[in-house]
Design a protein around this ligand. Sequence first.
Ligand SMILES: NC(=O)c1ccc[n+]([C@@H]2O[C@H](COP(=O)([O-])OP(=O)(O)OC[C@H]3O[C@@H](n4cnc5c(N)ncnc54)[C@H](OP(=O)(O)O)[C@@H]3O)[C@@H](O)[C@H]2O)c1
Length: 284
Amino acid sequence: MTVPSIGHFILNNGLPIPKIGFGTYKTTSMADESIISAAIEQGYRLFDTASFYDNEPFIANAIRHSGLNREDFFLTSKVWKTQMGYENTLAALNESLEKLQTDYLDLYLIHWPRANLTDPWQTLMKETWQALELLYAENKVRAIGVSNFLQSHLEVLLTDARVRPAVNQIEFHPGYTQSETVAFCQKEGIQVEAWSPLGRASLLGNPILIEIAANYGKSVSQLCIRFALQQDVLPLPKSSHPDRMRQNLDGFDFSISEADMDRLLSMPRTGWSGEHPDAERVVF
Ligand SMILES: NC(=O)c1ccc[n+]([C@@H]2O[C@H](COP(=O)([O-])OP(=O)(O)OC[C@H]3O[C@@H](n4cnc5c(N)ncnc54)[C@H](OP(=O)(O)O)[C@@H]3O)[C@@H](O)[C@H]2O)c1
């Protein structure tokens, strides 16, 4: 099977990262390994996981059985809220490396800026970042970054960070674009990654998106992926179906007009997960 040419963004430390990655949240069934194997076969090389997803061993097995080399892949994992703090983070990375059966990660992220909403978060977050800086200096991770950080969290981190974050992974899709955070990251040279780029499928029946996608002869998921790429945001779609995995890789052969981008950017809030780093999750 021929795999599509995906291309790379270049992170602020010079590391190339594939322009699309495969999301793995909630791939924790018996079929896990076969889903990852199918994604590899379709052409994905960037895999986004986290200790919290509890699926790192499945990814390791799929990579081992792929016949490809470790260097062919870009592996991201994340330190979870309960693992934050200097020593805990060092231990968490070792655990992730063991489960992923590798001796380095390509990218390691702080999953959320705050472990909880009651304790002062700044000190714990900074200690966690210092651990990531040590892991980076020891070449156990090739790049370090954050997830779900707003400008206010990044400003605290940047006050005494010795290594600047390479990535901020946030919820991003038409109807929830977090434009202030994206603009701040892009000004600071931090690559934005889009989690839930399809709004966890909730956007796929949206009439505005259906209409715009039809103008290009594309599916709504392809439109959402192109929408991210066209703003230099790296999408991380997840699917358990090989045909959809493949379809989601086809974001490179068309471009969305300025007028349609404006429509997409000005949509009212749609498809938001309800997650916010400074508030309890909103359940709809
Ligand atoms: N950092 C964070 O806090 C955070 C939070 C959430 C997610 N993430 C990351 O972001 C990744 C993606 O987000 P997500 O999994 O929440 O949602 P998503 O990728 O926006 O949407 C996934 C849903 O869309 C469906 N789908 C995918 N492609 C499709 C297509 N072409 N046609 C029709 N349906 C399609 C999937 O169904 P099928 O599987 O049935 O195809 C699944 O239900 C996660 O897996 C995870 O790696 C990170």
